[in-house]
Design a protein around this ligand. Structure first.
Ligand code: LP5
Ligand code: MN
Length: 259
């Protein structure tokens, strides 16, 4: 496809697929998405929690992970620019993973702006985030988050054998599920002040994030400015993505995939 034609195609945004070998229908839906709609896009932005968990880039040798990586790489090779941001489940995905999938790694948050559109006005900036950093009322999670994002702690964790890391993560998942069961739903959502502060810091762009699994469009006013916060859906039950043409978002979805 000529470059100009590619540039006229939309950007797609996905997050929270939570891919795991245990849920083949979800995986099949992702592969169908990569081979279908994602090919008709200028770019694909993966905003975290692509995997149920990621134990380290050496886990790319596991056939399941290698297959997923190769499928994304094939999309990149076919011309769709791929961008990847980590979530809280796959925060250990790093440079080797990005290379394997042919993606550019994005910081969280990342401010992006698409090229000029036909009206010459230019597309408004978007601010992309996974979303977990905005859940500041969840004090236990934020303390946990600070610890697992500490580079020294991560280096120590990654120095352990892969099997030991996976066993640790399995225990962690159980503790997390038990902790979540005790938390009020409100504290597991984003905090309004944290959102406002982020929008202020970045010049009031439209914010796109996932993590909460509460897809919605929130219109808010920050410092007298009209702002929008778009929350991406997760993929439990259906492949879902947002398509952005530089002006408007369109929610799109694939076939229902799970009971
Ligand atoms: O992911 P989700 O949506 O189910 O829940 C999150 C928060 N939980 C987590 C934990 C992950 O799910 C665990 C799996 C991560 C795998 C990769 C990590 C590898 C890196 C290092 C490995 C240690 O993110 C959950 C939030 C919820 O989102 C909503 O926002 O509430 O947070 C918790 O439940 C955390 C608990 O409140 C506190 C932590 C309990 C575990 C303590 C174990 C101590 C181990 C010390 C290690 C740092
Ligand atoms: Mn998440």
């Amino acid at each position: 496809m000529p470059e100009a034609a590619r540039a006229a195609l939309p950007a797609l945004f996905i997050s929270d697929l939570h891919l795991t070998e245990d849920e083949p229908a979800n995986v099949a839906a992702f592969l169908a998405f990569l081979q279908g709609p994602a090919r008709e896009a200028a770019s694909l932005f993966i905003l975290g929690d692509l995997f149920e968990y990621w134990a380290g880039d050496d886990d790319l040798e596991t056939p399941f992970n290698a297959d997923i990586a190769a499928a994304i790489r094939a999309l990149a090779d076919a011309g769709t620019a791929v961008f990847f941001m980590t979530g809280n489940r796959d925060l250990l995905a790093g440079a080797d993973f990005a290379r394997a999938i042919g993606a550019t790694l994005l910081e969280d948050p990342a401010r992006v702006r698409f090229g000029d559109r036909d009206d010459g006005a230019g597309a408004p900036a978007l601010l992309l985030a996974h979303g977990d950093a905005l859940c500041t009322d969840d004090l236990a999670y934020q303390a946990f988050r600070r610890q697992v994002r500490d580079p020294a702690w991560q280096a120590g964790f990654l120095a352990q054998p892969l099997a030991a890391r996976k066993a640790f993560i399995a225990g962690l998942r159980q503790k997390s599920e038990a902790a979540k069961a005790e938390k009020a739903m409100e504290i597991m959502d984003v905090n309004a002040d944290a959102v406002a502060a982020l929008l202020r810091e970045h010049g009031y762009p439209t914010l796109v994030h996932g993590h909460t699994h509460r897809p919605d469009i929130h219109h808010l006013n920050v410092d007298g400015r009209d702002c929008v916060r778009r929350v991406l859906p997760d993929w439990r039950g259906q492949a879902c993505w947002l398509s952005w043409d530089g002006r408007d978002f369109t929610p799109e979805s694939g076939d229902a995939v799970r009971i």
